[in-house]
Design a protein around this ligand. Sequence first.
Ligand code: UDP
Length: 322
Amino acid sequence: MKLLVTGGAGYVGSVVAAQLVEEGHEVTVLDDLSTGHEDAVPDGARFVRGSITDAGGVLRDGVDAVLHFAARSLVGESVEKPGLYWSHNLGGTLALLEAMRQAGVGRIVFSSTAATYGEPERTPIQETDPTRPGNPYGASKLAVDTALTAFAGLYGLAAVSLRYFNVAGAYGRYRERHAVETHLIPNVLKVALGERESVSVFGTDYPTPDGTCVRDYIHVADLARAHLLALDACAEGVHRIYNLGSGSGFSVKEVLDVCREVTGHPIPAEVGPRRPGDPAVLVASSEKIKRELGWKPDHTALHTIVADAWAGCQKPESERGL
Ligand code: UDP
């Protein structure tokens, strides 16, 4: 298929683009490089530097489907600059959807998030659970999910939204490298790499077994594989939504211990205050995507996820393309 991957120079987008190229698809990556890296665009994919608000030209090249990752994704930044999130994530996506409609491209797989749920009422979270995002990032992603449902009903768009829980690990040379790093695993590994003195544990007084927050870590390779299944499952006039997690929760302290085990570094940690807006426990039920699309995670052990993330950081500069 001829596929357009928006945000394909970012972490998840580059892994999906790489897997699509491996499967023999003809891939064009559209990315404005505001947070992505051009050298993360996989070999074999065409790269177009540009905005999703200006995708008409690329779409008219005979694209069969779009995989849409381009977005702002920092929760804290979204609280400080909500307008940026609404305009990029919702406004940008609406422009993209309109350009798709005009070009006659009727299929989209969308990168959504567990942040659409907000503080959950029960664990594990199911797709039918209430969506009450606690920040503009989650709200902007939820608004796109709502728009996709409307476009499916109105125009026959075939859409799948994948709601990611905590994505981690690396896939070959494709790894997480954000200019502003907020995520736990890469921040902990920075300590082992000597790039930080210590890591701060955001709160130890949560109602969890060891007092630290519990999250559902999913390997980026497993997550990416779900996009290929979603692409095949797109059906005209239908918008499907699936959670994507491993189904088991690990606390911040457990993550730290596994990182120490994998790296052999003591990784000093300090207890800091809670980070505003962090729910105590976020664990996905991924039963729906397993049942309907036959998805199955291959790397559920936290040790493997961390070991792959660590191997990604260890690669020589030349292979990392830095
Ligand atoms: N966390 C932490 N120290 C850090 C980064 C994150 O204690 O330097 C905690 C954070 O409060 C949350 C968990 O680790 O409970 C996972 O956070 P992350 O930002 O990786 O993902 P989120 O769950 O917010 O999407």
